[in-house]
Write a protein that binds this ligand. Structure first.
Ligand code: URA
Length: 434
């Protein structure tokens, strides 16, 4: 078999055979297929697409290029959630303890933030002492004892995807649905889960800005995941404006704790609780959604979900006392208010621009090598549809480095659009695909 022929077949619109896909994935993993041929194939896939059978083979081959974790010695179905990424998206910190408190195992492997979007690992690392680098043995111990574990992806999980994703990133081939599906699912299936709830974000701050494309991606993920034998459901959710009111690592932990303690009932709570309920149903802990939703409310009301979060924080080396009122978490030394320049209604808050403002302050990375400042970020006092008077506070920028604040403020200023018209609040969940 020759890589040349595989590229030609895809270029000419043919479906690749399982053997051809395996030849490519193995060859790319061991270096016998060079980057220039892999990038030519990625571009051919970008233009010609792949059918579901091809995507399933690609996913399985990439999953099997590394270690596939196995938790079958623990009882019941294991469930995780994957978000395509957004600004202020801290639902993992809320839903994982809820689901674990209901007795379902959640082996959660998360990523770091890059660009305008944040990452769960960075948020967790703002908790003093919290350890996201767990050996497989330690991960298993934490999972077995607390029903959840939160760790970073190791080099052994779907290593070919890591290599191919880096190549796609520099060859303009990221935006290909078959390649995105096989990339996301190869990593998630390697986690050893039985069920996956997807939060596919759509809007200005999302990877998929176009609603139709987001829906196409969600449908493809659900379909291929099901064909791989997993229970799948996807929620298409709004990411035009940031999720919740805090953007920045320690700030988002504080906001998550408020939701876990039942002190906040806005859209962040609404989405996190719905995702948690869907996870409980996907894991067969409940047959009906109404029962699962009630269970979620009970676990919040009784304090069991927050107690579970404290338990896992302690199990992973963190200081649970730091979470109380956020007093033990890193805090920025300075704050600057962003005030409204006109009276009216908030028409728009561009999530990407808010994410970039937080990144400029040091909350995110522009390259993978950048170090982040866990304390800094943006607090949003007004959201879309809220009335505002000229001179009132729209948001607060929290910062440590005075050299960054003007650039951060300029970005945030551009994010807010104020106008005279009333704005209908959009639902956070646009559609459910199962
Ligand atoms: N996220 C991934 O993990 N892979 C992609 O291809 C795109 C987004």
């Amino acid at each position: 078999m020759r890589m040349y022929d595989i590229i030609r077949h895809k270029r000419d619109g043919l479906a690749l055979t399982a053997e051809e896909i395996a030849f490519f994935v193995h060859g790319y993993a061991d270096g016998t297929v060079p980057d220039y041929q892999a990038s030519a194939l990625a571009m051919a896939i970008y233009w010609q697409g792949m059918d579901d059978a091809e995507v399933l083979v690609m996913t399985s081959e990439m999953r099997d290029s590394g270690k596939v974790l196995d938790w079958s010695d623990l009882p019941g179905l294991k469930v995780d959630k994957h978000s395509t990424g957004g600004v202020g998206d801290k639902t993992s910190l809320i839903l994982a303890p809820i689901v674990a408190a209901a007795g379902v195992y959640v082996p959660m492997i998360s990523g770091r933030g890059l660009g305008h979007t944040g990452g769960t690992l960075d948020k967790l690392e703002s908790i003093p002492g919290f350890q996201v680098h767990l050996s497989e043995e330690r991960f298993r111990q934490v999972l077995a004892s607390t029903h959840m574990a939160l760790a970073g992806q190791t080099e052994q999980i779907a290593p070919t995807d890591r290599k191919l994703y880096a190549l796609r990133d520099v060859t303009a081939t990221v935006e290909s649905i078959p390649l995105i599906v096989s990339s996301i699912l190869s990593k998630k299936l390697a986690e050893g889960i039985d069920a996956l709830v997807l939060d596919v974000k759509c809007g200005a701050g999302a990877f998929m800005k176009d609603a139709q494309q987001a829906e196409q991606l969600a449908r493809a993920l659900v379909k291929v995941g099901k064909r791989a034998g997993k229970k799948m459901v996807a929620l298409l959710t709004d990411m035009d404006q940031p999720l919740g009111r805090q953007v920045g690592n320690a700030l988002e932990v504080v906001e998550s704790v408020e939701v876990l303690c039942g002190k906040s009932n806005g859209v962040l709570a609404e989405l996190s609780f719905e995702l948690a309920a869907r996870m409980l149903v996907a894991a067969d802990a409940f047959v009906d959604l109404a029962g699962a939703r009630q269970k979620v409310r009970d676990l919040i009301g009784s304090g069991a979900a927050m107690a579970k979060f404290e338990e896992v924080v302690a199990a992973q080396g963190g200081d649970p006392d730091s979470l109380h009122n956020g007093t033990g978490l890193p805090r920025a030394a300075h704050a600057r208010e962003l005030r409204a320049e006109a009276t009216g209604i908030v028409q728009r808050i561009d999530a990407e621009a808010v994410g970039m403002a937080a990144m400029v302050l040091g909350a995110g990375r522009s390259t993978v090598a950048d170090k982040i400042d866990p304390a800094v970020g943006v607090s949003l006092h007004r959201k879309v549809g809220d009335p505002i008077q000229k001179g009132e506070r729209l948001a607060t920028l929290r910062y440590n480095d005075a050299a960054r604040i003007d650039a951060g403020q300029a970005r945030l200023q551009k994010a807010y659009v104020i106008g005279p018209e009333a704005v209908a609040k959009k639902p956070i969940i646009r559609q459910v695909i199962d």
